[in-house]
Design a protein around this ligand. Structure first.
Ligand SMILES: *[C@@H]1O[C@H](CO)[C@@H](O)[C@H](O)[C@H]1NC(C)=O
Ligand SMILES: *[C@@H]1O[C@H](CO)[C@@H](O)[C@H](O)[C@H]1NC(C)=O
Ligand SMILES: *[C@@H]1O[C@H](CO)[C@@H](O)[C@H](O)[C@H]1NC(C)=O
Ligand SMILES: *[C@@H]1O[C@H](CO)[C@@H](O)[C@H](O)[C@H]1NC(C)=O
Ligand SMILES: *[C@@H]1O[C@H](CO)[C@@H](O)[C@H](O)[C@H]1NC(C)=O
Length: 396
Protein backbone atom coordinates (compact mmCIF):
# COMPACT_ATOMS: atom_id res chain seq x y z
CA UNK A 1 0.00 0.00 0.00
CA UNK A 2 2.70 2.52 0.88
CA UNK A 3 4.54 1.89 -2.34
CA UNK A 4 1.33 2.42 -4.24
CA UNK A 5 0.74 5.64 -2.45
CA UNK A 6 4.23 6.88 -2.96
CA UNK A 7 3.94 6.13 -6.66
CA UNK A 8 0.85 8.22 -6.75
CA UNK A 9 2.56 11.11 -5.03
CA UNK A 10 4.58 11.96 -8.04
CA UNK A 11 4.32 15.18 -9.84
CA UNK A 12 4.10 15.48 -13.58
CA UNK A 13 7.72 16.54 -13.92
CA UNK A 14 8.88 13.27 -12.51
CA UNK A 15 10.04 14.20 -9.05
CA UNK A 16 8.78 12.08 -6.25
CA UNK A 17 7.51 14.07 -3.35
CA UNK A 18 8.22 12.89 0.19
CA UNK A 19 5.94 10.15 1.37
CA UNK A 20 5.36 11.63 4.75
CA UNK A 21 5.04 15.03 6.19
CA UNK A 22 6.76 15.32 9.50
CA UNK A 23 5.22 18.47 10.89
CA UNK A 24 1.47 18.32 10.99
CA UNK A 25 -0.72 21.28 11.82
CA UNK A 26 -1.42 21.02 15.55
CA UNK A 27 -4.93 22.43 15.48
CA UNK A 28 -6.41 19.29 13.96
CA UNK A 29 -7.69 16.58 16.28
CA UNK A 30 -5.51 13.51 16.36
CA UNK A 31 -8.17 11.09 15.12
CA UNK A 32 -8.56 13.00 11.89
CA UNK A 33 -4.84 13.01 11.41
CA UNK A 34 -4.76 9.26 11.74
CA UNK A 35 -8.02 8.24 10.14
CA UNK A 36 -8.24 10.43 7.07
CA UNK A 37 -4.91 9.50 5.53
CA UNK A 38 -5.67 5.88 6.28
CA UNK A 39 -8.97 6.08 4.45
CA UNK A 40 -7.34 7.85 1.58
CA UNK A 41 -4.62 5.26 1.28
CA UNK A 42 -7.23 2.54 1.19
CA UNK A 43 -9.30 4.46 -1.29
CA UNK A 44 -6.42 5.17 -3.61
CA UNK A 45 -5.07 1.67 -3.30
CA UNK A 46 -8.40 0.12 -4.13
CA UNK A 47 -9.39 2.34 -7.03
CA UNK A 48 -6.37 3.73 -8.71
CA UNK A 49 -4.20 0.70 -9.18
CA UNK A 50 -6.08 -2.03 -10.94
CA UNK A 51 -4.16 -5.27 -11.34
CA UNK A 52 -1.37 -5.29 -13.81
CA UNK A 53 -1.98 -4.51 -17.39
CA UNK A 54 -2.84 -1.79 -19.75
CA UNK A 55 -5.66 -0.03 -17.99
CA UNK A 56 -6.30 3.63 -17.57
CA UNK A 57 -6.04 4.75 -13.96
CA UNK A 58 -7.81 7.91 -13.03
CA UNK A 59 -7.57 9.38 -9.62
CA UNK A 60 -11.12 10.16 -8.67
CA UNK A 61 -11.36 13.26 -6.58
CA UNK A 62 -12.83 12.49 -3.23
CA UNK A 63 -14.21 14.84 -0.67
CA UNK A 64 -13.12 12.51 2.10
CA UNK A 65 -9.54 13.22 1.16
CA UNK A 66 -10.01 16.95 0.84
CA UNK A 67 -8.35 17.76 4.17
CA UNK A 68 -5.21 16.04 2.90
CA UNK A 69 -4.79 18.78 0.39
CA UNK A 70 -4.01 21.24 3.17
CA UNK A 71 -1.21 19.09 4.46
CA UNK A 72 0.47 17.96 1.32
CA UNK A 73 2.14 20.06 -1.31
CA UNK A 74 -0.12 20.61 -4.28
CA UNK A 75 -0.47 17.31 -6.09
CA UNK A 76 -0.69 17.16 -9.79
CA UNK A 77 -3.41 14.63 -10.17
CA UNK A 78 -2.44 12.04 -12.71
CA UNK A 79 -4.22 12.96 -15.88
CA UNK A 80 -3.12 11.58 -19.19
CA UNK A 81 -1.35 14.02 -21.43
CA UNK A 82 -2.62 14.55 -24.97
CA UNK A 83 0.25 12.45 -26.25
CA UNK A 84 -0.66 9.62 -23.92
CA UNK A 85 -4.33 9.73 -24.87
CA UNK A 86 -3.43 9.65 -28.56
CA UNK A 87 -1.07 6.83 -27.96
CA UNK A 88 -3.57 4.80 -25.93
CA UNK A 89 -6.24 5.25 -28.60
CA UNK A 90 -3.92 4.00 -31.35
CA UNK A 91 -2.60 1.08 -29.30
CA UNK A 92 -6.11 -0.04 -28.39
CA UNK A 93 -7.16 0.05 -32.00
CA UNK A 94 -4.14 -1.91 -33.21
CA UNK A 95 -4.63 -4.56 -30.54
CA UNK A 96 -8.24 -5.10 -31.52
CA UNK A 97 -7.41 -5.59 -35.19
CA UNK A 98 -7.90 -8.99 -36.73
CA UNK A 99 -4.74 -10.46 -38.21
CA UNK A 100 -4.56 -9.89 -41.97
CA UNK A 101 -4.78 -13.05 -43.98
CA UNK A 102 -2.75 -13.81 -47.06
CA UNK A 103 -2.36 -16.85 -49.26
CA UNK A 104 1.35 -17.12 -48.66
CA UNK A 105 2.26 -15.79 -45.25
CA UNK A 106 5.98 -15.15 -44.98
CA UNK A 107 8.52 -14.74 -42.24
CA UNK A 108 10.71 -11.67 -42.57
CA UNK A 109 14.27 -12.59 -41.62
CA UNK A 110 15.83 -9.31 -40.57
CA UNK A 111 19.60 -9.33 -40.15
CA UNK A 112 21.24 -6.64 -38.07
CA UNK A 113 24.94 -6.73 -38.91
CA UNK A 114 27.96 -4.45 -39.17
CA UNK A 115 28.64 -5.89 -42.63
CA UNK A 116 29.64 -9.36 -43.81
CA UNK A 117 27.26 -12.23 -43.01
CA UNK A 118 29.51 -15.26 -42.48
CA UNK A 119 26.68 -17.83 -42.50
CA UNK A 120 24.88 -16.97 -45.75
CA UNK A 121 25.71 -20.41 -47.15
CA UNK A 122 24.18 -22.08 -44.12
CA UNK A 123 21.07 -19.93 -44.37
CA UNK A 124 20.84 -20.79 -48.05
CA UNK A 125 20.71 -24.46 -47.10
CA UNK A 126 18.07 -23.64 -44.49
CA UNK A 127 15.89 -21.70 -46.95
CA UNK A 128 16.28 -24.15 -49.82
CA UNK A 129 12.97 -25.33 -51.25
CA UNK A 130 10.89 -22.85 -49.26
CA UNK A 131 10.78 -19.99 -51.73
CA UNK A 132 7.75 -17.79 -51.17
CA UNK A 133 7.64 -18.40 -47.43
CA UNK A 134 10.37 -16.01 -46.37
CA UNK A 135 11.87 -12.64 -47.16
CA UNK A 136 15.27 -11.29 -46.19
CA UNK A 137 16.25 -7.81 -45.06
CA UNK A 138 19.77 -6.78 -44.13
CA UNK A 139 20.70 -3.71 -42.14
CA UNK A 140 24.46 -3.34 -42.61
CA UNK A 141 25.59 -0.48 -40.44
CA UNK A 142 29.29 -0.36 -41.22
CA UNK A 143 30.00 -1.66 -44.70
CA UNK A 144 28.12 -3.11 -47.62
CA UNK A 145 28.39 -6.88 -47.30
CA UNK A 146 29.80 -9.03 -50.07
CA UNK A 147 27.27 -11.81 -50.43
CA UNK A 148 28.13 -15.46 -50.76
CA UNK A 149 24.55 -16.56 -51.42
CA UNK A 150 22.30 -15.32 -54.22
CA UNK A 151 19.37 -15.27 -51.74
CA UNK A 152 20.92 -12.23 -50.10
CA UNK A 153 21.50 -10.20 -53.28
CA UNK A 154 19.67 -6.89 -53.08
CA UNK A 155 18.42 -7.54 -49.55
CA UNK A 156 20.11 -4.53 -47.95
CA UNK A 157 17.91 -1.73 -46.79
CA UNK A 158 19.02 1.86 -46.49
CA UNK A 159 20.93 1.69 -43.22
CA UNK A 160 22.21 4.06 -40.58
CA UNK A 161 25.08 3.93 -38.15
CA UNK A 162 24.67 1.74 -35.12
CA UNK A 163 26.58 2.39 -31.92
CA UNK A 164 26.53 -0.42 -29.42
CA UNK A 165 24.27 0.33 -26.46
CA UNK A 166 22.82 3.48 -27.98
CA UNK A 167 19.32 4.21 -29.24
CA UNK A 168 20.68 3.86 -32.79
CA UNK A 169 20.39 0.09 -32.22
CA UNK A 170 16.64 0.43 -31.65
CA UNK A 171 16.45 2.79 -34.63
CA UNK A 172 17.99 0.10 -36.81
CA UNK A 173 15.45 -2.45 -35.54
CA UNK A 174 12.62 -0.05 -36.34
CA UNK A 175 14.12 0.64 -39.77
CA UNK A 176 14.14 -3.08 -40.52
CA UNK A 177 10.54 -3.40 -39.31
CA UNK A 178 9.43 -0.43 -41.39
CA UNK A 179 10.92 -1.98 -44.51
CA UNK A 180 9.62 -5.48 -43.90
CA UNK A 181 6.19 -4.28 -42.84
CA UNK A 182 5.47 -2.92 -46.29
CA UNK A 183 5.12 -6.43 -47.65
CA UNK A 184 1.63 -7.52 -46.58
CA UNK A 185 2.67 -11.15 -46.80
CA UNK A 186 5.16 -10.75 -43.97
CA UNK A 187 3.34 -12.07 -40.90
CA UNK A 188 6.28 -12.65 -38.58
CA UNK A 189 9.29 -10.41 -38.07
CA UNK A 190 12.42 -12.03 -36.87
CA UNK A 191 15.53 -10.15 -35.76
CA UNK A 192 18.85 -11.94 -36.18
CA UNK A 193 22.51 -11.00 -36.01
CA UNK A 194 25.46 -11.96 -38.16
CA UNK A 195 26.49 -14.52 -35.51
CA UNK A 196 23.09 -16.29 -35.33
CA UNK A 197 22.49 -19.71 -36.85
CA UNK A 198 19.37 -21.82 -37.33
CA UNK A 199 18.94 -24.92 -35.14
CA UNK A 200 16.04 -26.60 -36.93
CA UNK A 201 14.93 -26.99 -40.50
CA UNK A 202 12.77 -24.41 -42.20
CA UNK A 203 9.52 -26.31 -41.91
CA UNK A 204 9.83 -26.71 -38.14
CA UNK A 205 10.82 -23.06 -37.73
CA UNK A 206 7.99 -21.81 -39.93
CA UNK A 207 5.34 -23.78 -38.09
CA UNK A 208 6.73 -22.89 -34.67
CA UNK A 209 6.42 -19.18 -35.46
CA UNK A 210 3.27 -19.17 -37.58
CA UNK A 211 1.01 -21.54 -35.71
CA UNK A 212 0.85 -19.50 -32.56
CA UNK A 213 -0.33 -15.97 -32.01
CA UNK A 214 2.49 -15.26 -29.53
CA UNK A 215 5.34 -12.88 -30.10
CA UNK A 216 8.60 -14.23 -28.74
CA UNK A 217 10.06 -11.33 -26.85
CA UNK A 218 12.33 -11.89 -23.90
CA UNK A 219 10.98 -10.06 -20.88
CA UNK A 220 11.59 -10.26 -17.14
CA UNK A 221 11.68 -8.08 -14.09
CA UNK A 222 15.19 -7.75 -12.71
CA UNK A 223 15.29 -5.67 -9.51
CA UNK A 224 19.08 -5.56 -9.62
CA UNK A 225 21.50 -2.94 -10.91
CA UNK A 226 21.47 -4.35 -14.46
CA UNK A 227 17.66 -4.30 -14.50
CA UNK A 228 15.52 -1.75 -12.68
CA UNK A 229 18.75 -0.08 -11.54
CA UNK A 230 18.88 1.34 -15.04
CA UNK A 231 15.48 2.97 -14.74
CA UNK A 232 15.36 6.74 -14.70
CA UNK A 233 12.77 8.74 -12.76
CA UNK A 234 12.52 10.94 -15.83
CA UNK A 235 10.47 8.22 -17.46
CA UNK A 236 7.64 9.14 -15.12
CA UNK A 237 4.76 9.49 -15.34
CA UNK A 238 4.26 7.43 -18.49
CA UNK A 239 6.59 4.61 -17.45
CA UNK A 240 6.71 3.60 -13.81
CA UNK A 241 9.60 1.70 -12.32
CA UNK A 242 7.32 -1.27 -11.69
CA UNK A 243 6.78 -1.57 -15.44
CA UNK A 244 10.45 -1.48 -16.35
CA UNK A 245 11.55 -4.77 -17.91
CA UNK A 246 14.65 -6.34 -19.35
CA UNK A 247 15.28 -8.81 -22.13
CA UNK A 248 17.55 -9.84 -24.94
CA UNK A 249 16.98 -7.86 -28.12
CA UNK A 250 16.58 -10.83 -30.52
CA UNK A 251 12.85 -11.07 -31.08
CA UNK A 252 10.26 -12.69 -33.28
CA UNK A 253 7.06 -10.69 -33.36
CA UNK A 254 3.72 -10.87 -35.09
CA UNK A 255 2.54 -8.24 -37.52
CA UNK A 256 0.29 -6.54 -35.00
CA UNK A 257 3.20 -5.98 -32.62
CA UNK A 258 5.38 -4.72 -35.44
CA UNK A 259 2.75 -2.09 -36.13
CA UNK A 260 2.57 -1.17 -32.44
CA UNK A 261 6.30 -0.54 -32.42
CA UNK A 262 6.24 1.45 -35.65
CA UNK A 263 3.35 3.57 -34.35
CA UNK A 264 4.90 4.25 -30.99
CA UNK A 265 6.43 7.64 -30.51
CA UNK A 266 5.71 8.37 -26.88
CA UNK A 267 7.43 5.45 -25.13
CA UNK A 268 10.20 5.28 -27.70
CA UNK A 269 11.04 8.92 -27.01
CA UNK A 270 11.22 8.26 -23.26
CA UNK A 271 13.84 5.59 -23.90
CA UNK A 272 15.66 7.71 -26.43
CA UNK A 273 16.03 10.52 -23.92
CA UNK A 274 16.43 8.66 -20.63
CA UNK A 275 17.82 5.21 -21.36
CA UNK A 276 21.38 5.59 -22.59
CA UNK A 277 24.91 4.98 -21.42
CA UNK A 278 26.05 7.25 -18.63
CA UNK A 279 22.78 8.79 -17.52
CA UNK A 280 21.94 9.68 -13.90
CA UNK A 281 25.10 7.88 -12.78
CA UNK A 282 24.36 4.56 -14.48
CA UNK A 283 24.28 2.99 -17.91
CA UNK A 284 21.04 2.08 -19.63
CA UNK A 285 20.88 0.21 -22.95
CA UNK A 286 17.68 0.90 -24.83
CA UNK A 287 17.87 -2.25 -26.94
CA UNK A 288 17.59 -4.38 -23.79
CA UNK A 289 14.70 -2.45 -22.27
CA UNK A 290 12.53 -0.59 -24.75
CA UNK A 291 10.74 -3.51 -26.41
CA UNK A 292 10.31 -5.67 -23.28
CA UNK A 293 8.97 -2.70 -21.30
CA UNK A 294 6.73 -1.37 -24.05
CA UNK A 295 5.16 -4.72 -24.97
CA UNK A 296 4.85 -5.68 -21.32
CA UNK A 297 2.91 -2.48 -20.72
CA UNK A 298 0.58 -2.69 -23.69
CA UNK A 299 0.08 -6.43 -24.30
CA UNK A 300 1.60 -8.54 -21.51
CA UNK A 301 -0.24 -11.72 -22.40
CA UNK A 302 0.72 -11.40 -26.06
CA UNK A 303 4.40 -12.06 -25.47
CA UNK A 304 6.00 -15.37 -24.53
CA UNK A 305 8.61 -13.72 -22.27
CA UNK A 306 11.52 -15.64 -23.74
CA UNK A 307 13.60 -15.21 -26.87
CA UNK A 308 13.73 -18.02 -29.43
CA UNK A 309 17.42 -17.24 -29.96
CA UNK A 310 19.64 -19.07 -27.50
CA UNK A 311 22.66 -17.43 -25.96
CA UNK A 312 24.80 -18.67 -23.10
CA UNK A 313 25.75 -16.11 -20.46
CA UNK A 314 26.59 -18.74 -17.86
CA UNK A 315 30.27 -17.79 -17.75
CA UNK A 316 29.15 -14.36 -16.51
CA UNK A 317 31.66 -12.51 -18.59
CA UNK A 318 31.21 -9.30 -20.52
CA UNK A 319 30.44 -11.37 -23.65
CA UNK A 320 28.39 -14.55 -23.95
CA UNK A 321 30.00 -17.88 -24.88
CA UNK A 322 31.08 -17.90 -28.49
CA UNK A 323 31.62 -21.04 -30.47
CA UNK A 324 34.48 -21.69 -32.86
CA UNK A 325 34.70 -24.51 -35.38
CA UNK A 326 36.06 -26.99 -32.85
CA UNK A 327 33.17 -26.32 -30.43
CA UNK A 328 30.51 -27.16 -32.97
CA UNK A 329 29.50 -30.72 -32.23
CA UNK A 330 26.38 -32.78 -32.47
CA UNK A 331 26.30 -32.74 -28.67
CA UNK A 332 26.37 -28.95 -28.48
CA UNK A 333 23.47 -28.53 -30.88
CA UNK A 334 21.55 -31.33 -29.16
CA UNK A 335 22.15 -29.68 -25.80
CA UNK A 336 20.82 -26.35 -27.01
CA UNK A 337 17.82 -27.72 -28.88
CA UNK A 338 16.74 -29.94 -26.00
CA UNK A 339 16.32 -27.01 -23.58
CA UNK A 340 12.65 -26.62 -22.64
CA UNK A 341 12.93 -24.07 -19.84
CA UNK A 342 13.75 -20.41 -20.02
CA UNK A 343 15.99 -19.22 -17.23
CA UNK A 344 16.36 -15.70 -15.87
CA UNK A 345 18.75 -14.63 -13.15
CA UNK A 346 18.46 -11.34 -11.32
CA UNK A 347 21.50 -9.10 -11.10
CA UNK A 348 21.13 -8.23 -7.43
CA UNK A 349 23.01 -9.96 -4.60
CA UNK A 350 20.36 -12.67 -4.30
CA UNK A 351 20.93 -13.81 -7.89
CA UNK A 352 17.45 -15.23 -7.90
CA UNK A 353 16.89 -17.81 -10.61
CA UNK A 354 13.53 -18.14 -12.34
CA UNK A 355 12.89 -21.21 -14.47
CA UNK A 356 9.81 -21.40 -16.64
CA UNK A 357 8.70 -24.07 -19.05
CA UNK A 358 8.55 -22.81 -22.59
CA UNK A 359 4.83 -23.04 -23.20
CA UNK A 360 3.92 -22.98 -26.87
CA UNK A 361 0.20 -22.75 -27.59
CA UNK A 362 -0.51 -24.39 -24.25
CA UNK A 363 2.01 -27.24 -24.46
CA UNK A 364 5.55 -27.55 -23.21
CA UNK A 365 8.00 -27.27 -26.08
CA UNK A 366 11.68 -26.80 -26.83
CA UNK A 367 12.52 -23.12 -26.46
CA UNK A 368 15.01 -22.33 -29.18
CA UNK A 369 15.00 -22.03 -32.95
CA UNK A 370 18.26 -20.12 -33.33
CA UNK A 371 21.50 -19.73 -31.42
CA UNK A 372 24.41 -17.32 -31.11
CA UNK A 373 27.26 -16.48 -30.99
CA UNK A 374 29.09 -18.45 -33.63
CA UNK A 375 32.39 -17.30 -35.09
CA UNK A 376 32.84 -17.24 -38.88
CA UNK A 377 35.22 -20.22 -38.92
CA UNK A 378 32.37 -22.45 -37.67
CA UNK A 379 30.61 -22.27 -41.05
CA UNK A 380 31.80 -25.60 -42.43
CA UNK A 381 31.14 -27.62 -39.27
CA UNK A 382 27.71 -26.04 -38.95
CA UNK A 383 26.80 -26.72 -42.55
CA UNK A 384 27.86 -30.36 -42.20
CA UNK A 385 25.93 -30.75 -38.97
CA UNK A 386 22.87 -29.06 -40.40
CA UNK A 387 22.65 -31.68 -43.12
CA UNK A 388 23.08 -34.45 -40.58
CA UNK A 389 20.43 -33.01 -38.26
CA UNK A 390 17.82 -32.79 -40.96
CA UNK A 391 16.45 -35.85 -39.28
CA UNK A 392 14.38 -33.52 -37.07
CA UNK A 393 11.82 -33.10 -39.82
CA UNK A 394 8.63 -33.62 -37.95
CA UNK A 395 7.12 -30.76 -36.09
CA UNK A 396 5.48 -32.45 -33.13
C1 LIG B 1 4.58 -12.95 -19.58
O1 LIG B 1 4.74 -12.32 -18.35
C2 LIG B 1 3.65 -11.49 -17.96
C3 LIG B 1 4.00 -10.88 -16.63
O2 LIG B 1 5.13 -10.11 -16.72
C4 LIG B 1 2.39 -12.29 -17.86
O3 LIG B 1 1.31 -11.43 -17.59
C5 LIG B 1 2.14 -13.03 -19.16
O4 LIG B 1 1.03 -13.86 -19.04
C6 LIG B 1 3.35 -13.85 -19.54
N1 LIG B 1 3.13 -14.47 -20.83
C7 LIG B 1 2.91 -15.76 -20.96
C8 LIG B 1 2.67 -16.25 -22.33
O5 LIG B 1 2.94 -16.52 -20.01
C1 LIG C 1 35.81 -24.12 -27.61
O1 LIG C 1 36.92 -24.97 -27.77
C2 LIG C 1 38.12 -24.46 -27.22
C3 LIG C 1 39.23 -25.39 -27.60
O2 LIG C 1 38.87 -26.73 -27.41
C4 LIG C 1 37.94 -24.34 -25.70
O3 LIG C 1 39.11 -23.82 -25.14
C5 LIG C 1 36.78 -23.41 -25.42
O4 LIG C 1 36.52 -23.34 -24.04
C6 LIG C 1 35.53 -23.89 -26.14
N1 LIG C 1 34.50 -22.89 -26.01
C7 LIG C 1 33.25 -23.18 -25.68
C8 LIG C 1 32.32 -22.04 -25.60
O5 LIG C 1 32.86 -24.30 -25.47
C1 LIG D 1 25.86 -31.03 -22.89
O1 LIG D 1 25.14 -31.16 -21.69
C2 LIG D 1 25.74 -32.06 -20.77
C3 LIG D 1 24.77 -32.22 -19.60
O2 LIG D 1 24.39 -30.99 -19.10
C4 LIG D 1 27.10 -31.53 -20.34
O3 LIG D 1 27.69 -32.41 -19.42
C5 LIG D 1 27.96 -31.36 -21.57
O4 LIG D 1 29.18 -30.78 -21.21
C6 LIG D 1 27.28 -30.51 -22.61
N1 LIG D 1 28.07 -30.53 -23.82
C7 LIG D 1 28.31 -29.45 -24.54
C8 LIG D 1 29.17 -29.63 -25.74
O5 LIG D 1 27.87 -28.36 -24.27
C1 LIG E 1 -4.08 -16.81 -28.95
O1 LIG E 1 -4.33 -18.21 -28.98
C2 LIG E 1 -4.79 -18.74 -27.75
C3 LIG E 1 -4.92 -20.25 -27.90
O2 LIG E 1 -3.84 -20.77 -28.57
C4 LIG E 1 -6.11 -18.08 -27.39
O3 LIG E 1 -6.53 -18.55 -26.13
C5 LIG E 1 -5.93 -16.55 -27.34
O4 LIG E 1 -7.17 -15.94 -27.15
C6 LIG E 1 -5.34 -16.05 -28.63
N1 LIG E 1 -5.04 -14.64 -28.50
C7 LIG E 1 -5.29 -13.76 -29.45
C8 LIG E 1 -4.93 -12.36 -29.15
O5 LIG E 1 -5.76 -14.08 -30.53
C1 LIG F 1 -3.24 -24.02 -30.74
O1 LIG F 1 -4.21 -24.01 -29.71
C2 LIG F 1 -5.53 -23.90 -30.16
C3 LIG F 1 -6.43 -23.79 -28.96
O2 LIG F 1 -5.79 -24.15 -27.79
C4 LIG F 1 -5.88 -25.11 -31.05
O3 LIG F 1 -7.18 -24.98 -31.52
C5 LIG F 1 -4.91 -25.16 -32.20
O4 LIG F 1 -5.14 -26.31 -32.97
C6 LIG F 1 -3.50 -25.22 -31.66
N1 LIG F 1 -2.57 -25.21 -32.78
C7 LIG F 1 -1.64 -26.17 -32.92
C8 LIG F 1 -0.79 -26.06 -34.11
O5 LIG F 1 -1.50 -27.07 -32.12
Amino acid sequence: MTTHLSKQLSTGNGHTVPKQRHRLPSRRPLWIIVLVPLLCVLFIGAHVYPPHGYKPCYLFSSNVCAPLKDWLPPLSIRQFTDDELNSHAIIKDILSMQPVSSKTPKIAFMFLTPGFLPFEKLWEKFFQGNEGKFSIYVHASREKPIHTSHLFFGSEIHSGQVTWGQISMVDAERRLLANAFQDYDNHRFLLLSDSCVPLHNFDYTYRYLMETNMSFVDCFEDPGPLGSGRYSQHMMPEIEKADFRKGSQWFSIKRQHALLILADHLYYTKFKLYCKPNIDGHNCYADEHYLPTFLHMVDPSGIANWSITHVDWSEQKWHPKSYMAQNVTFELIKNITSIDESIHVTSDKKKEVTRKHCMWNGTKRQCYLFARKFLPDALQSLTDLFSELHGIKHFI
